[in-house]
Design a protein around this ligand. Structure first.
Ligand code: AAL
Length: 385
């Protein structure tokens, strides 16, 4: 190679090198593939939050992100949807004796709800007034056989004589416990200021014996949960009964709904409320499930953090894991490990929720529906499908 060719060759090499350098140069802005880890560079508040506040920076990698699908259930009659029959606020779904069980608020009254002023001994004020707790079983989670009453209204003046509603199930040391709201007045008066009662049985088919005392009392005057304890939701966690519930700051008509936690060693109490209550600052009905080492919660409808799935590594200190849409109201998921004292929760993939046909407090009636979601780590379990 003569001098001139050598020089041209060198120039060519330098040009190629220059192009390569230019190509590999880090762009000023974000690369077009979202980095998995938080980049070490100045970030906007939104991008910091995207890495720091949620479980993963992109929804599809976030185990607590999901969409929800709904299916009508077979096996329930609603009297032509004339408002005289209602089913709402389902419990968790459990699997016992080769079938799924769900308990729920059941109302069958001569008229639809008429509001507090027009209510009497047989005319309901609200959808959940003059109700009982009924249950149904299913082989596949889609077609249900209604089995009838589990917990009837007890005679006056026992807790719940006016209405027993919004139940949830616990299995503890081989026995079953149904926790529920016990109304002593019609909803819409001060009836909603109700505490929680419990009945127990040796089998999920009953018979259920009422424990005649209030098991989770309302807070003392001036405390955040002085007005009500609603939506009791027990889970066995850290060798104890963790019972989450909803209450309302400020009382009617300025309810600010949040969720608290009460812990017990014995299903009939005493329950000790968490000194950190409320532990969830939003939501409406309670829906929680063991997830990995901690507890996850569906936070629906009300509050600054509604429409989120939240996670607390210790079952107490919840953070937003994801923001979701079209969440199941009053969801009662099938929680395979609700009572196994699991150290690594498997999540949920389906359950029962309710739809109401009005947004006012005296909603005409509600129907139960199945929801499916993708919040499960255990896709091979046939019960998760
Ligand atoms: C629900 C629940 C409780 C309330 C009412 C009936 O969906 O939050 O049960 O008291 O509404």
């Amino acid at each position: 190679m003569n001098m001139k060719n050598k020089f041209s060759f060198l120039l060519l090499l330098l040009t190629i090198y220059g192009f390569a350098q230019e190509k590999n140069k880090q762009p000023e802005g974000f690369p077009f593939i979202l980095p998995k880890e938080k980049p070490n560079r100045p970030l906007s508040a939104a991008m910091q939050r995207n890495y720091d506040n949620y479980m993963a920076p992109r929804p599809e990698n976030n185990e607590l992100y999901t969409q929800f699908k709904y299916t009508e259930l077979k096996g329930f009659d609603y009297n032509g949807h004339d408002g005289t029959i209602s089913r709402r606020d389902p419990s968790k779904v459990i699997y016992e004796n080769g079938k799924y069980y769900v308990w729920y608020t059941y109302r069958n009254t001569p008229t639809p709800p008429q509001g507090a002023k027009n209510s009497n001994d047989t005319i309901p004020s609200a959808d959940w007034d003059l109700a009982e707790i009924w249950y149904a079983t299913s082989k596949d989670g889609f077609t249900w056989e209604e089995q009838g009453v589990a917990v009837p209204r007890p005679p006056k003046p026992n807790v719940g004589w006016r209405s027993v509603t919004t139940t949830d199930i616990l299995k503890w040391k081989g026995k079953f416990y149904l926790y529920y709201q016990g109304f002593m007045e019609a909803s819409g008066t001060r009836g909603d200021d109700c505490p929680v009662a419990v009945s127990y049985a040796d089998s999920p088919d009953g018979p259920w014996t009422p424990h005649t005392e209030v098991v989770i009392p309302n807070g003392k005057k001036g405390e955040w949960d002085q007005y009500s304890i609603h939506d009791p939701y027990p889970i066995v966690y850290k060798d104890k009964i963790y019972l989450y519930y909803k209450s309302d700051f400020d009382g009617d008509p300025n309810l600010v709904r949040m969720q608290g936690l009460a812990i017990a060693d014995n299903p009939l109490g005493p329950f000790k409320k968490s000194p950190l209550n409320p532990v969830i600052n939003s939501g409406h009905e309670t829906t929680l499930f063991p997830f990995k080492e901690g507890m996850a919660a569906l936070v629906i409808r009300d509050g600054t953090e509604h429409n989120t799935v939240q996670y607390a590594e210790d079952g107490v200190n919840f953070n937003i894991a994801s923001i979701v849409e079209f969440m199941p109201n009053a969801a009662g998921p099938y929680v395979a490990d609700a009572f196994t004292n699991t150290k690594y929760g498997r999540g949920i993939s389906w359950g029962i929720s309710h739809f109401t046909n009005a947004t006012t407090w005296d909603q005409n009636h509600a129907v139960l529906a199945r929801f499916d979601c993708d919040l499960s780590l255990d896709v091979d379990d046939p019960h998760m499908k």
